[in-house]
Ligand binder design. Structure first.
Ligand code: SIN
Length: 475
């Protein structure tokens, strides 16, 4: 087995003899280790401990919680190399990207350490002289989360940090494919002084079992989920019975639009950054490209030339830009979408290279039509279908023709068009002359079937707080 880290981040790892989940490296298939699995009653006991611990945690002054979060933030930075290596080993993304994710993940902890001190209420002018009205914000209680494999650290800290800053306790089920990073990040929180019952990582016998507990346990007041729209819908249905609060960050089908007045070289750079981050496995990755017919050939030529320069391989190797995809099922789905697009008339604009294992060669597809299956499905892989368009009206109609509404991108130098298109796109986030939009300071989230709620930014902490209105009468 590989030497994973040099530090004591992996003390949670268990042996095969105990109830355990095997974790493998998607680049090599090699076994990395075992993460502990809890039985149903043990997860319920964890929820009860989270409830007990939350009472004292919420009573701490916001400043004290902020100081603990700050210590956690610095420990994440101090351990960034080990965390990044661990992430590349279990998730596959290139080491430089994994380091980027550790910093991105840490940035939420730093941000919410500050925001926790600013959960202000309001004083509202009362309708009569004998009354005074104020609002206060209070933590929801025990917050739960289910997080995905594509960002094994950042999707946890983006939820845990606001929850803890608000005064909630937090219990998370990480993805079964990438649990080691989750446990390692929690270990650093404990080293920072955050109590073990305030922040817990749990894995159950299967994901559905944990989802059922999180959505039905009376002590859990909130569920935050990042993952597919299909699973989000199930979790929302389950949460409906107890009217549990939910935040949902779900699927996307991001259009990436290049107008005839765009800086084509900048658009190509943005397209590479947006499409091939994490081998195309992000909810905000450009999923379909719309390029004005007058610049279509130029864009395809320049884009394909850049895509052919991308190095596919084990993320630990120097110079690799695109790691493996997460599983055989993921690879089969991506390749099947490409094959069906080719049968329907699309053409490959890049040199065709075959890869073994879980590696998928980056592909640009040209002569794609808006009604092809590959345009309506979330590809979640390094494939870029490019469609030609002629008018802004036609473009807006095609861009909005989806059940999803997470991220969108467009390139234009015309200020009037920039405003018109930005307002017309039915998406929670719009990158304008920019292919990477994720940052802790901006509200991340979608509309339509891409989700509910916002993460990061000043709004992110409100997802973990209730507003209480106090009416003082008889004055
Ligand atoms: C996601 O893919 O769900 C998150 C991507 C990001 O935060 O940039």
């Amino acid at each position: 087995m590989h030497q994973i880290t040099n530090s004591d981040l992996l003390t949670f790892m268990v042996s095969k003899q105990e109830p355990a989940l095997a974790v493998n490296n998607p680049a090599t298939g090699e076994l990395l280790g075992y993460a502990p699995i809890l039985q149903h009653q043990q997860i319920e006991a964890a929820v009860e401990r989270a409830h007990q611990a939350q009472q004292a945690w919420a009573k701490l002054p916001a400043k004290s919680r902020s100081q603990l979060l700050n210590k956690w933030y610095h420990l994440l930075l101090d351990n960034q190399d080990d965390l990044a290596r661990l992430m590349t080993l279990e998730q596959g993304k290139p080491l430089a990207e994994a380091k980027g994710e550790v910093l991105y993940g840490a940035s939420f902890v730093e941000w919410f350490a500050e925001e926790g001190k600013r959960t202000y209420g309001e004083s509202i002018p009362a309708p009569s002289g004998d009354k005074r009205i104020v609002t206060i914000k209070q933590p929801v209680g025990v917050a739960s989360a289910i997080t995905p494999w594509n960002f094994p650290i950042a999707m946890i800290t983006r939820k845990a940090a606001p929850a803890l800053a608000a005064g909630c306790s937090f219990i998370v089920k990480p993805a079964e494919l990438t649990p080691l990073s989750a446990f390692a990040v929690a270990e650093l929180a404990y080293q920072a002084g955050i109590p073990r019952d305030v922040l817990q990582v749990v894995l159950g016998e299967d994901a559905a079992q944990v989802g059922a507990i999180f959505t039905s346990h009376p002590l859990i007041r909130k569920l935050s989920f990042t993952g597919s729209t299909r699973v989000g819908r199930i979790l929302m249905e389950q949460s409906a019975h107890d009217i549990k609060r939910t935040s949902m960050e779900l699927g996307g089908n991001a259009p990436f639009i290049v107008f005839d007045d765009a800086d084509i070289d900048a658009a190509v750079q943005g397209a590479i950054a947006s499409k091939f981050r994490n081998a195309g496995q992000t909810c905000v990755c450009a999923n379909r490209f719309y390029v004005h017919s007058s610049v279509y050939d130029e864009f395809i030529e320049k884009f394909a030339a850049q895509v052919e320069q991308l190095n596919v391989g084990n993320g630990l190797e120097e110079g690799v830009n695109v790691g493996p995809v997460i599983s055989q099922t993921a690879r089969d789905n991506i390749l099947a979408l490409v094959e069906r697009a080719l049968e329907q008339g699309a053409e490959v604009a890049t040199k065709r290279i075959e890869h073994d294992g879980l590696f998928v060669a980056p592909v640009v597809l040209k002569n794609v039509c808006h009604d092809m299956e590959i345009v309506s499905q979330e590809i979640f892989g390094p494939v870029a279908p490019v469609i030609a368009f002629d008018s802004d009206e036609q473009l807006i109609e095609m861009a909005n023709d989806t059940i999803y509404g997470l991220a969108s991108y467009f390139y234009s130098q015309n200020i009037a068009r920039v405003w018109n298109v930005a307002e017309a796109l039915e998406y929670g986030m719009v990158g304008i002359n920019e292919g990477i939009i994720s940052t802790e300071v901006a509200p991340f989230g979608g509309v339509k079937q891409s989700g509910i709620g916002r993460e990061g930014a000043k709004q992110g902490i409100d997802e973990y707080m209730n507003i209480k209105y106090l009416c003082f009468g008889g004055l």
